[in-house]
Each structure stands twice: as structure tokens, then as C-alpha cells.
Design a protein around this ligand. Structure first.
Ligand code: ADP
Ligand code: MG
Length: 493
């Protein structure tokens, strides 16, 4: 396989472009499941949060979770969608061992939300990605394959856990408006930030509460026709999404160059091997035998209800970005950094409750804090360093108690040990000496011991000052405030 980082460039060279549409499943953080009162949980012992309804036992009846409908509408409104007057649940039929009903309750031709858009920023270019629809459905249970690295192929046997069965999902479908893996990543990141601002999901990709399937095809550049697509599943990180898309794009390009056809199929992203493999030939909608669920009444959605949902929308990333720019005078670039997730914005604003210099706060969050979190594979929301603590550290730098260089060491120790900045500064005796009287004693001593340099300075050799400052810094073991030392020394000379 061709190794390149510039996939769009490689495609352009051959006169092709990539066409990508994403289907995103979001687990909604309601207390109970979509159609019953079993609790929505994660990581609990298998089959401990189930009931006859989500086990699909005969004779049970589903009841719609009102909160899940509210949440799905909020997502639609945040993405600029229209909210239907009338919406309905359909059964999507297939054989699947983690769905005892052998159908999934989903939505078909009458989704709750349709026709929205998301603006994404890639390399300073703004692009609109249209949203086809946002609909409601229920999640499946989880299969655990025993043996052979957890894959179904070659497993000795499989176990099924129904705790997840019936968890409310919103499925967000994009139009095929995405043209590169970078754009796909930016789109998913923006979407995640919006969802986190809405507070409708924890959007944890590793735990599967945000899942993304990617549809990919190639076509001659600027052709109005769509090519045959494959659907890639099983990416559980942003990195996985980018690599899976790049792999799939290059695979399709090589097929086309070899004069072979791209087959419409579902492919599995294998993160360990860095490749996609064929999973199954793709079902068509008619294979699912969709029909309206006779157990569930359709929903008529009043405009008053829609208005109420609209009024309950919180501040979203685009609005927050504007506010951060006007309230804190941060740059456009910084504002984008700070709204990439809700946690980033919250962290910054909490630092600013106890600190005044926005630029300095952004630099530390973007620099030291992000570097430590990355090295630890942690999200901003999981930062062991609380924003008030960072504000406290930055205040010590600002008032001259410690130098910026020392602050980096203190930061690392705070991050590792959970101690506060003043504790560490005291323990390690790092405090800068900034008091005039204390500094004057040091200055006098150095002047007394270095008469030659003093005479040189007085006779016009300006470099001698630097030497004297150096001596004072050495005497203070680096703790004297250099600016102040300069000032006092000049005065005395
Ligand atoms: P399917 O019938 O296979 O489910 P849909 O038309 O419902 O396909 O689209 C599913 C997703 O695939 C959407 O995100 C859509 O934008 C995307 N998509 C559709 N056709 C293509 C294509 N030719 N290339 C890339 N993505 C596509
Ligand atoms: Mg479809």
C-alpha cells in the first residue's frame, strides 16, 4: 500500500476526489432506557440492568422515553434541523444474536429531525457539512467473543450481555459532503463538542457512547455522480477514523487503477493491523423489511413543545467562541482551541475566575497542560490539575514570586503529586527574592567583592553590569528576581 500523508494530493494527481458521509450513533445519557425503565449503565456486571421489555420477551409492550425524545430534538435543533410535526417508529428486521426481538426499533421515512448543517473549520477554511437527518433508535446488547483476540472469527464461544440493549440512541446522518479524513475528523470533533455542550451524552468514544461509521467512495474530480461506496465500521477514536478513511481511500484508488470495481460492502477497521477487511456485502434498505411498529403510537409534536426545546438550548460552541473572543480578547485561533470540547472552554473560564491574563492562561492550557494530558492519554475533562490550582500557579508567576521557568517545574510536580503551587514553592525553597531590602543586601555584597567590575562599569564598560547581575543571581542560587536586581544595581552604581 502506498505510504503518504497527503492523500488529497495523491488523489488529485490521479484526477480523483474522495466522497465521505458519516453516520454517528450517540448514546443518550438518560436515566432509563428508550422503551422501558431499566437503568442506562456502563461497566456493570452482565445482565443486571434488564427487564422483560429490553429482553424482548413476548407479550411486553414498549413505552417511549420522553426525555430521549427531548434530547434527540435538542440535537436536531443544535444542528439547525427541522423538527417533524409527526414522527413514527419502525421495526428494522434482521437476525442478530444480541437483539432477541430480531428487530431493532428505529425510524425510517419519518425521522424526528431533518435537513440541518454543521460548519467546520479546517486549516482556516470554513466548510458546511449538511445533516440529512437525526433519528431515534435503541441500542443492541453486546457480544463478548471468547478466545482468538475477541473477534468472532475463530472464537470458541460467545457470551451476550443485554445491559446495553434498549439504551436510547440518536443517529446523526451526514450528506456525502466530506472530502478528506481531516475534514471528517473536524466534523466529528465539532459534533462532539456540540453534543457535550448540550449535555445529552458523555460522548466517550472508547466506551462506545459515540460511534461513527464512515461511508467512502471515489469519483473523478468534480463529477456530479457518486461512486460505489464502502461502509467502514469499528473506529473507536479520532485517530482510528482518520487512519481507516485514509486506508480505505488508497485501497479504492488502487482498485480503480488496476481496472477493478469497488464492491459495495461493509468493512471492518482493524486497528491492530491498520487495515480494513471485508465484513459482509451491504444490505439494502428493503432487506430490512421496515414496517411501522404497531406497539408504538406515532408522535405528534406541537410547535409549543418545539419552542420549549429551543428555549432550553444552552450556549453552543459557535456562540461560545464569539463570547470568548469578545469577553477575554482571545484570538480566533485560541477561541477555536478553547471550544474544541466543552471541557476546554470550561477549564479556561474557571482559570479566568481566579486569574486576569487570558493570553497567559491559554498558553499554559495549550502548552504545559495539554502536553501532560497527551502524554498521559487523558482528556481535558480528566485533568488531575484543577483550574483553580493552575490559576494559583499563574498568579505566582504574575506577581514575580517565581519565574516562568521555575513555574514549569512546579507545574509538573503539581500535576504528578496533586500538591498546590505554594506548597511546592515553599518545600523546594523556590520563591523568588523580590523584596527590595533583601535584594539590596545581596547587591551590596557583590559590589563589595567585585570592585574591578564596578570601576569598569563606571568608566563606561556596560557589559560589566551583566557580569555583576550574574554574580548576584549566583549568590541567591537563582532565586533573585532578575528585573529587580538590575534596577537596584543600576541605582547603587
Ligand atoms: P445506505 O442506503 O447504504 O444506508 P444512505 O444513502 O442511507 O446509504 O447513506 C448512508 C450514508 O452514506 C450517508 O452518510 C451518506 O451521506 C453516505 N453516502 C451515500 N452515498 C455515498 C457515496 N456514494 N459515497 C460516500 N458516501 C455516501
Ligand atoms: Mg441508510
Amino acid at each position: 500500500m502506498t505510504e503518504t500523508n497527503n492523500i488529497p494530493g495523491l488523489l488529485a494527481k490521479h484526477g480523483f476526489e474522495a466522497v465521505i458521509g458519516l453516520e454517528i450513533h450517540v448514546e443518550l445519557s438518560t436515566l432509563s432506557k428508550m422503551f422501558c425503565d431499566s437503568a442506562v449503565t456502563f461497566g456493570e456486571p452482565p445482565n443486571t440492568h434488564v427487564c422483560p421489555v429490553c429482553l424482548g420477551l413476548p407479550g411486553t409492550l414498549p413505552v417511549v422515553n420522553r426525555k430521549a425524545v427531548d434530547y434527540c430534538a435538542l440535537i436536531g435543533l443544535a444542528l439547525g434541523c427541522e423538527i417533524a410535526d409527526f414522527t413514527q417508529f419502525h421495526r428494522k428486521n434482521y437476525f442478530y444474536p444480541d437483539m432477541p426481538k430480531n428487530y431493532q426499533i428505529s425510524q425510517f421515512d419519518l425521522p424526528l429531525c431533518s435537513a440541518g448543517r454543521v460548519t467546520v473549520n479546517v486549516d482556516d477554511n470554513k466548510t458546511d457539512i449538511r445533516i440529512t437527518r437525526v433519528h431515534m433508535e435503541e441500542d443492541t446488547g453486546k457480544l463478548v467473543h471468547i478466545g482468538e483476540g475477541g473477534r468472532i472469527a475463530g472464537a470458541k464461544y460467545s457470551l451476550v450481555d443485554f445491559n446495553r440493549a434498549g439504551t436510547p440512541l440518536a443517529e446523526i446522518v451526514s450528506e456525502p459532503d466530506i472530502r478528506s479524513s481531516g475534514e471528517a475528523r473536524a466534523f466529528l470533533q465539532k459534533l462532539r463538542s456540540i453534543l457535550l455542550h448540550l449535555g445529552v451524552s458523555d460522548c466517550n468514544m472508547e466506551e462506545g457512547s459515540l460511534r461513527c461509521d464512515a461511508n467512502v467512495s471515489l469519483r473523478p474530480e468534480n463529477s456530479p455522480k457518486l461512486g460505489v461506496k464502502t461502509e467502514v465500521k469499528n473506529m473507536n477514536s479520532f485517530r482510528g477514523l482518520v487512519r481507516a478513511l485514509d486506508y480505505e481511500i488508497v485501497r479504492q484508488l488502487e482498485l480503480i487503477q488496476d481496472g477493478e470495481a469497488v464492491k459495495q460492502e461493509t468493512r471492518h477497521w482493524d486497528a491492530a493491523r491498520n487495515i480494513t477487511t471485508s465484513l459482509r456485502s451491504k444490505e439494502e434498505a428493503h432487506d430490512y423489511r421496515y414496517f411501522a411498529d404497531p406497539d408504538l403510537v406515532p408522535l405528534k409534536l406541537s410547535r409549543e413543545w418545539v419552542k420549549k426545546q429551543e428555549e432550553s438550548l444552552p450556549e453552543l460552541p459557535d456562540a461560545r467562541q464569539k463570547r470568548l473572543i469578545s469577553a477575554f480578547k482571545v484570538s480566533e485561533y485560541d477561541s477555536r482551541f478553547l471550544t474544541q470540547s466543552k471541557a476546554h472552554g470550561d477549564y479556561f473560564e474557571q482559570v479566568m475566575e481566579n486569574f486576569g491574563d487570558a493570553k497567559m492562561a491559554v498558553n499554559w492550557i495549550m502548552g504545559e497542560l495539554s502536553a501532560h494530558l497527551n502524554a498521559d492519554n487523558k482528556e481535558m475533562a480528566e485533568s488531575p490539575m484543577q483550574p483553580e490550582r493552575l490559576a494559583q500557579l499563574l498568579t505566582l508567576v504574575e506577581d514575580g514570586s517565581i519565574s516562568g521557568k521555575m513555574a514549569k517545574e512546579v507545574f509538573s510536580e503539581m500535576y504528578e503529586t496533586g500538591k498546590t503551587a505554594p506548597e511546592i514553592v515553599d518545600d523546594r525553597g523556590l520563591k523568588q527574592i523580590s523584596g527590595d531590602d533583601e535584594l539590596a543586601v545581596l547587591v551590596d555584597q557583590v559590589i563589595g567583592e567585585n570592585q574591578t567590575a564596578v570601576e569598569e562599569y563606571r568608566s563606561g564598560k556596560k557589559q560589566a553590569l551583566g557580569f555583576l547581575v550574574g554574580q548576584i543571581m549566583r549568590l541567591s542560587k537563582g532565586q533573585a528576581n532578575p528585573g529587580k536586581v538590575n534596577e537596584i544595581l543600576r541605582e547603587k552604581l
